[in-house]
Write a new protein. Structure first.
Length: 329
């Protein structure tokens, strides 16, 4: 049974949902309490397969990148507390984001906390099974927002020059088109798909006039949905490639937290001869990891990153895409 505090916490999240809305350096996680003994189920089967480890590493990298994104939003428009420390908030930007939903600060905070937990868990799981873990700290070289409330630290991602593909909206509203069939859906907001748009104030100069700041907050709102729908498909795509049931359980369980952010209309699935059904899309697994990396790149999140970052990130993605269900090496 939910306590009153839990009920309020959950209703804040539901409220927003109902209203609509890699480089890696191998290193141990270094969080002693998180490094568990290898699970009994996998120990009996000889440990992680090469493919399963590659998939988990790519997902760990993706979660670290998502954490970096949400952390920047939380510093300016979320809730800064012991769960998600850092930053001091920006009242004007917070107010503009609240126009989209009055509980948006809680939504941003909870997503940030979720992504932190996902990255930490996957890395701990890899370490517990003697596999390389993911550390992107050497790539934290991008600048922070200079607006009041933001920490002045190196970032992995750039939220100030985004090009956002909003075709996810039309994709999830269509009952006859599905990218798994090669269908291309139009952008719901064509203007965001061209040029470069800030989703956070770059400096305090972006806090006025009010219409300008609101446009930045509106861009953030579309970006929030873009992030989560991408994660939803990525987990569903890569889950089809894992070998061990326990790794599958991890992908289904973490991926499920992304899925609750989307309420899809029914559409075609597997074959056009079948009745339409409400599903996550796309879920075609070929090139899933590289597709996710390309989407992050096209979004503008990596503007300013080094060639070394792109080369290593591509290596992670290719390794994950090369994994095959039932292949142990």
């Amino acid at each position: 049974m939910e306590t009153n505090e839990q009920s309020q916490h959950l209703s804040s999240r539901r409220s927003f949902l109902l209203k609509g809305g890699a480089a890696v350096g191998a290193a141990s996680l270094g969080a002693g309490g998180l490094l568990l003994e290898p699970s009994e189920a996998l120990a009996k089967k000889g440990g992680l397969t090469k493919g399963d480890a590659a998939i988990l590493r790519f997902l760990a990298a993706a979660e670290i990148l998502e954490t970096d994104i949400w952390q920047q939003y939380n510093e300016l428009a979320g809730i800064q507390d012991a769960e998600v420390p850092g930053g001091s908030g920006n009242p004007d930007y917070t107010e503009a984001v609240a126009v989209l939903d009055e509980d948006m600060d809680q939504y941003i905070h909870d997503n940030t906390d979720d992504e932190i937990s996902h990255a930490a868990f996957i890395n701990a799981y890899l370490a517990a099974h003697g596999a390389e873990t993911v550390n992107l700290d050497k790539f934290r070289t991008l600048p922070s927002s200079q607006a009041t409330g933001a920490q002045q630290i190196g970032r992995l991602t750039n939220l100030m020059q985004l090009t956002i593909n909003t075709s996810f909206w039309t994709r999830y509203r269509s009952d006859s088109l599905n990218p798994d069939f090669g269908d291309v859906l139009p952008n719901a907001v064509p203007g965001l798909a061209t040029g470069q748009h800030p989703a956070i104030p770059r400096t305090d100069a972006d806090l006025a006039p009010p219409d300008h700041l609101q446009a930045i907050a509106n861009t953030a709102g579309f970006h929030f949905a873009w992030i989560e729908q991408g994660g939803t498909s990525l987990y569903a795509e890569l889950a089809q490639r894992v070998t061990h049931n326990e790794v599958l359980r991890i992908l289904l369980s973490i991926g499920g937290t992304e899925i609750i952010l989307i309420m899809p209309e029914p559409t075609i699935f597997l074959d056009r001869k079948f009745p339409i059904v409400s599903i996550i899309r796309p879920t075609e697994t070929d090139g899933a990891a590289m597709g996710a990396l390309n989407a992050f790149t096209a979004d503008g999140l990596f503007i300013g990153q080094s060639p070394e970052f792109f080369a290593a990130a591509a290596g992670l993605a290719k390794a994950a895409d090369a994994a095959r269900h039932g292949k142990d090496d």
